[in-house]
Design a binder for this molecule. Structure first.
Ligand code: SMO
Length: 752
């Protein structure tokens, strides 16, 4: 009531934490996910998938399936004549694109690849009929990475790296392997499509509705304006829902072919098998340093695995890892090369961080190696190499421009928060008394997206304000944050504002929610649209109130003219829209496409302290302290939610998770009995503090935060465990740091 009004008057919604407006709906079962939509007469798809990782399809017998109860159609690749190809983002020059096949024709390259699609009157009938399809595949030998040509290749070079290594007082190296991971969403992938005289409407569990629309239009040869994609509630995405999938296209094709609604919802095992995997990079790096620990040069070779085909953003992890590799450190001479290879398995795509975690892990392992070699404290050696706070905008040797940051202040705040040197002495004392304990640091930078986003906003006939954004929602609180931007700009309470997202009809063009970009770029678009609407509102109110537009003052109560005359938002809406208009009819509308002036770069640092149980190798995280700088914070509660969620996934990567294929290319981790996702009682407590270095790259001064936890936390954890294992010959362990691996290292056994 009163507090709210005062805040609205002061225009201070930004920086506060109103409760998430989407939560009541979501926690009371009122959410509507794709699978909750069940149009009349909806058919269900099931897929017959390849049982082999490589082979030639020699025969498919679908007769029995066709005769089964409730079966409407049984599709093979030959039935999909005229189907186009999905787009690929040529983020790096020299990409040899390998787009997906909706259904495999002739050759299968991964176990789990769809070969046959069955449409039936129920999901159970479709699944039963799938058992009746006989697919005969002649096995082919698997192709190892050594027998493949790279599908992408790029190199970043600057300065005289050879002379840096020649003149160095010390050189160190590190190798990092990122296991393949599953972007584990609560809601598995799901697609529903209807086709009628107006065209195709597809409900997809996607984070990029407009891209999906364009893909479906191209592949199905429909005009873009005849395709509408709706992302209703999306139960997590994490990069795994940023590209169109064969199953999505098959659903749309079947809906068009049969002129009936068609739906498919993945099982958990289907997602583990055939949704895109994340990570899977192997990175090797070397640092050249002078005797004081100053980095003189960096060499690195990064190898990424792409799986069986390349989704839209296939090159993003490789490109990100390379372009951000020096991290927050000043390095003038670099030679960084990256190569990507196909392999037998599901496609590998972006996953929360998309190359950033890989870069941070390599750089932070290297800094620790350098600290050990030169007997300089790990915090101190970082302090000596951080980009100085007066060096921004800082041009990196890979050609990126870090817009802003204060890395020294991050370090000071971390130091002060934990009393670093006391903590270090405590650890030393405990180690002397026989405990296995360690401290680890992880510094990171987080680029928050490039390009543009769109927004549109209307004052409606009833005085309500409806805003639409091309940034979509997947659980991160989009409605709440964007309502704050609107409320702040138009000086109203957020309750007056509704936010629409995830619908290609809400805004004509858009990018979506990925790459930590939504607030920096999508928020910028929303701000611009709001400013344009504010001008229109002032003009219209000035006309009604007979005063200059510049005299109009906006508040929750309405529009006030220079002489004290006023009218309510509803009165203005009614006046402009006309008496005959419906309540939700737009009276005034403004749209904006905002092109970010530059990329916003978040940053941060983490410290982990761990204690290891000598008998079991179990790692207990005693403290996880984290300072994040996401620029100006719109909503501290939402930011904390992003940080904690990212931390849980980063913890999972560092300590527990790993997709495993056997030598025949069969996935061994096909269920949650085998793939270890952290549960609530696995995830450590975290102490979070922040810095707010506002970004000059966008009008809100904001940066991203969605990926930070996956970037900084694993590096700190791995460094902490490595530090703890120093007395055991400092073995170089690769993630995940399972108790078995750690126990083997303690006991000097192979396989650590
Ligand atoms: S890995 Mo993200 O959704 O760009």
């Amino acid at each position: 009531g009163e507090t709210r009004r005062r805040r609205a008057e002061a225009g201070t919604w930004i920086g506060h934490s109103p409760r998430r407006r989407e939560d009541y709906r979501l926690v009371t079962g009122g959410g509507a996910f794709v699978d909750d939509h069940q149009p009349e007469g909806c058919l269900h798809l099931a897929f017959v998938r390849s049982e082999l990782a490589h082979g030639r399809i020699v025969a498919i017998n679908r007769e029995a399936a066709r005769q089964a109860e409730g079966i409407v159609a049984v599709y093979v690749a030959a039935d999909l004549a005229g189907l186009g190809e999905a787009a690929i983002n040529r983020l790096l020059p020299g990409i040899t694109a390998t787009p997906m096949h909706v259904l495999a024709r002739d050759i299968v390259t991964a176990a789990g690849q769809p070969i046959v699609a069955i449409a039936a009157t129920s999901a159970a009938a479709a699944a039963d009929a799938a058992q009746l399809v006989e697919v005969q595949i002649d096995p082919l030998p698997l192709i190892g990475v050594e027998d493949r040509e790279p599908v992408l290749r790029h190199r970043w070079a600057a300065g005289d790296v050879n002379s840096a290594f020649k003149t160095a007082a010390a050189t160190v190296s590190a190798s990092v392997e990122h296991a393949l991971l599953a972007p584990m969403t609560l809601e598995p992938r799901a697609a529903l499509a209807c086709f009628d005289a107006d065209g195709l409407t597809a409900w997809l569990s996607t984070q990029t509705p407009h891209r999906a629309r364009d893909d479906l239009a191209r592949m199905l040869d429909l005009p873009v304006n005849k395709v509408r994609v709706i992302a209703p509630d999306v139960g997590g995405a994490f990069g795994g829902k940023a590209s169109i999938y064969p199953e999505d296209v098959m659903v749309a094709w079947a809906a068009k072919d049969l002129c009936r609604p068609v739906k498919w919802t993945a099982s958990r095992s289907e997602d583990l098998l055939a949704a895109t995997h994340g990570r899977g990079g192997r990175l090797h790096g070397e640092l050249a340093l002078d005797a004081a620990g100053t980095v003189l040069g960096l060499r690195a070779r990064l190898t990424f695995s792409h799986g069986g085909w390349m989704p839209f953003s296939a090159a993003a992890p490789a490109r990100n890892a390379g372009r951000i590799l020096p991290g927050p450190y000043r390095v003038e001479a670099i030679d960084v090369s990256v190569e990507g290879f196909l392999s037998h398995g599901a496609a590998v795509g972006i996953y929360r961080g998309a190359g950033r975690p890989e870069a941070a892990m390599l750089m932070e392992r290297l800094m620790d190696a350098a600290a050990r070699r030169l007997a300089i404290d790990p915090l101190e050696i970082r302090r000596r190499n951080l980009v100085a706070s007066d060096a921004f905008a800082y041009r990196t040797p890979t050609g990126e421009t870090l817009d802003s940051g204060n890395y020294a202040a991050l370090l000071e705040r971390l130091d002060a928060h934990v009393d670093y040197h006391r903590l270090r002495s405590e650890m030393d004392a405990r180690r002397k008394s026989g405990e296995i304990v360690g401290l680890g640091l992880g510094f990171y930078i987080e680029p928050c997206g490039q390009g543009w986003e769109s927004a549109s906003i209307s004052l409606c006939r009833d005085g309500s304000i409806v805003a639409a954004t091309g940034s979509s929602a997947q659980g991160q609180g989009r409605e709440t944050a964007f309502a704050q931007i609107v409320a702040e700009t138009l000086r109203v309470v957020p309750e007056r504002v509704s936010i629409r997202s995830g619908d290609t009809q809400a805004v004509a063009e858009g990018i979506g929610a990925l790459a930590s970009r939504s607030t920096a770029i999508g928020g910028g678009a929303m701000l611009r649209a709001c400013e344009a609407l504010r001008a229109k509102v002032s003009d219209a109110a000035g006309e009604v109130l007979q005063c200059a537009a510049s005299e109009i003052v906006l508040s929750e109560e309405g529009l006030c003219g220079g002489g004290g005359q006023s009218l309510s938002w509803e009165a203005l809406g009614r006046q402009v829209a006309g008496a005959g208009a419906t309540a939700d009819e737009p009276a005034l509308t403004s749209s904006a496409v905002y092109h970010a002036e530059g990329e916003a770069w978040s940053s941060g640092c983490c410290l982990a302290s761990v204690a290891i149980d000598r008998d079991t190798g179990t790692v207990a995280v005693e403290r996880l302290v984290w300072i994040d700088d996401a620029g100006r914070v719109l909503n501290p509660m939402l930011v904390k939610g992003q940080l904690v969620g990212g931390m849980a996934q980063g913890f999972g990567e560092a300590m527990m998770e790993r997709l495993v294929y056997d030598d025949d290319g069969q996935l061994l981790t096909g269920s949650l009995m085998d793939y270890a996702v952290p549960r609530a009682d696995d995830v450590p407590q975290v102490e979070i503090d922040k810095l707010e270095t506002w970004s000059p790259s966008n009008p809100l001064g904001v940066k991203g935060v969605g990926e930070a936890g996956c970037i900084g936390v694993p590096a700190a954890l791995v460094n902490a465990v490595s530090d703890a294992l120093t007395p055991f010959g400092a073995p170089s362990l690769q993630m995940p740091l399972t108790s078995e691996k750690v126990w083997r290292a303690i006991n000097g056994l192979d396989g650590a």
